[in-house]
Design a protein around this ligand. Structure first.
Ligand code: KG4
Ligand code: ZN
Length: 330
């Protein structure tokens, strides 16, 4: 079974091909045009998707040595995301399914981040917990099979990636700042401490942390107006350590209380070096099995959409041509 999947939920235009459960191409074009605005401009994102989608799909087909008539199933990101951007991928993919008279699959983007863990040959055993951390979402899922992911914890305000990006903005770094904080933190020490959220169960909150960082920096700048420049590496290391500690504390609490010893990471923030390192160390200490998708499948990509679609296709989870995308999960 050959699947062509398209991802256009935010600011990456991506297409991938999955052949019998193996990803054979994953082409990603990131839209850098948003950088100067400090965040993604939805209308601009949709327009850039329309400019890139044909060449991105073409490149994926070429890399996998196939043509459109070889494709058995077409898949697109249905939700959540920027609705205009989702529409570009949905309309494009639906047209292909219609022309080639092939079945169609609408994929939940957050679930697809989890499915990125199924891309490597060695797959996690069920049940496993997956900490799914991206720019828009922070969730802990209990996964009992390839298609059943139950959310047991989420953020009540900002997502983890948002916490990274907003903190970066406070430091005057460009968008998206998560990766910059990661890079600058390499030479820093986590010497500053910030407010820790106190959320019930496995839920998260990051807006208090952001305010705590802002107030701390404002106060320090009254004493030394160059405080940020003088302490940039240590500030990045401290912010990164705070976010990573909050994320992992809840994940390992959920693992302990639910008696689950297989753990996974997913989403753009799973590219963070400290999160990956501490996750690994803690899993080894507790003798848990652990999985992290390769870098290219952590941030937004169509490979994960194709992998999610593969298991849905095996379950005959197809959608009709009148299925519409949605900004939120329905
Ligand atoms: O999954 P993703 O590509 O898009 C969404 O679905 O939102 O995640 C993007 C998020 C951004 O907030 C970005 O700053 C963050 O992932 N991110 C990182 C790193 N790389 C990407 N955050 C921290 N450290 C990184 N190395
Ligand atoms: Zn994502």
């Amino acid at each position: 079974m050959r699947i062509l999947a398209v991802e256009t939920s935010c600011d990456e235009t991506s297409a991938a091909i999955c052949e019998d459960g193996v990803i054979t191409s994953n082409i990603i074009v990131t839209q850098h045009a948003h950088q100067i605005y400090g965040g993604v401009i939805p209308e601009l994102a949709s327009r850039i998707h329309t400019q890139h989608i044909v060449s991105v799909v073409d490149a994926a087909l070429k890399k996998s040595n196939c043509i459109l008539s070889n494709i058995d199933v077409f898949a697109f990101t249905q939700m959540p995301g920027l609705v205009g951007s989702l529409l570009v991928g949905a309309c494009f993919t639906k047209s292909l399914a219609l022309v080639h008279q092939k079945p169609l699959i609408g994929v939940n983007h957050i679930h697809a981040h989890v499915s990125a863990n199924f891309i490597p040959q060695q797959k996690p055993a069920f049940p496993f917990l997956c900490l799914t951390v991206s720019g828009g979402h922070t969730q802990i899922f209990i996964c009992t099979n390839f298609n059943t992911f139950k959310s047991i914890g989420t953020t009540i305000d900002d997502a983890a990636g948002e916490a990274f990006d907003k903190s970066a903005k406070i430091l005057g770094l460009s968008y998206p700042g998560g990766v910059l904080i990661d890079q600058l933190a390499q030479k820093g020490r986590p010497i500053f401490t910030f407010a820790k959220p106190n959320m019930p169960q496995y839920n998260y909150s990051f807006s208090g942390l952001k305010t705590s960082i802002l107030y701390f920096i404002q106060k320090q700048m009254q004493i030394n107006e160059h405080f940020i420049q003088d302490n940039l590496h240590d500030l990045c290391a401290s912010i990164q350590t705070s976010i990573v500690t909050i994320l992992l504390d809840k994940l390992f609490l959920a693992a302990k209380e639910n008696n689950i010893t297989n753990l996974c990471l997913a989403g753009g923030v799973a590219a963070n070096s400290l999160l990956r390192k501490n996750f690994e160390i803690m899993c080894i200490q507790k003798n848990y099995s652990y999985f992290i998708p390769p870098f290219e499948y952590c941030t937004d990509n169509a490979g994960m959409i194709a992998m999610n679609a593969y298991y849905q296709a095996l379950d005959n989870n197809f959608v009709s041509l009148d299925t519409t995308p949605s900004a939120h999960c329905v």
